[in-house]
Design a protein. Sequence first.
Length: 233
Amino acid sequence: MLQQRILVSRDRQIVTNYDRCVLNLVGQHLMYTDENTSKFNQEQQILTQFKQVFEQLGAIIVTAEGQLLLITQRGEQLLNQYFSPYTQHSLPEPLQNWFKHQISLLISNGKVSSLCLPLHIEQLGKQLLVRLISNVIGELYILILEEQELQSFSVSSLELIGLTRREAEVLFWVAQDKSNAAIAKVLGCSQGTVRKHQEHIHRKLGVQTRTAAVMVALEKLGLLKGSFVAISS
């Protein structure tokens, strides 16, 4: 069954690396001993369940040189969607260039957590996020591909970054260049209440001005690089 799910290579050694990769991800180690039969069966179940979840992801296992060894079905779908056409034995050129840059950072700095920022690719109202997991199975690396809907600049989306409903409404209208008096009229409250909400917004976002609050919100929503659509609800 496992070999049938591998799209690129059927080499048995690569299958072993795949299993080791999954085991490392769940932090489990199979113990092939008679004394641990019960534990082995339990861990086998965990491994099987995790493989099923793992293969639903857009996941790719590559060498340090960028050679594509294994790819899940979802990973292949996303590569075709965002990088078509591409060859089945190597990463698409834009992804290859990003990957090599991340590897060079790893070599020079020795760590990935603070250096490896996700790759973002936008397409038709959606975006592809590519994340690198290093030091999983020797010299092999995992790329996790995830597709997300692009956020709009709306009251609902502003609530997702930690603002209350009323704070989100205030910031939404600030972004429309409304004065405090105009916002108070729209929301049916006093200008003092609007100012108090703005103080809370600034504190939560770590800013001091209306413009900075809008810019930080745009950044948190992933909208800073492009135009955004303002939706009132």
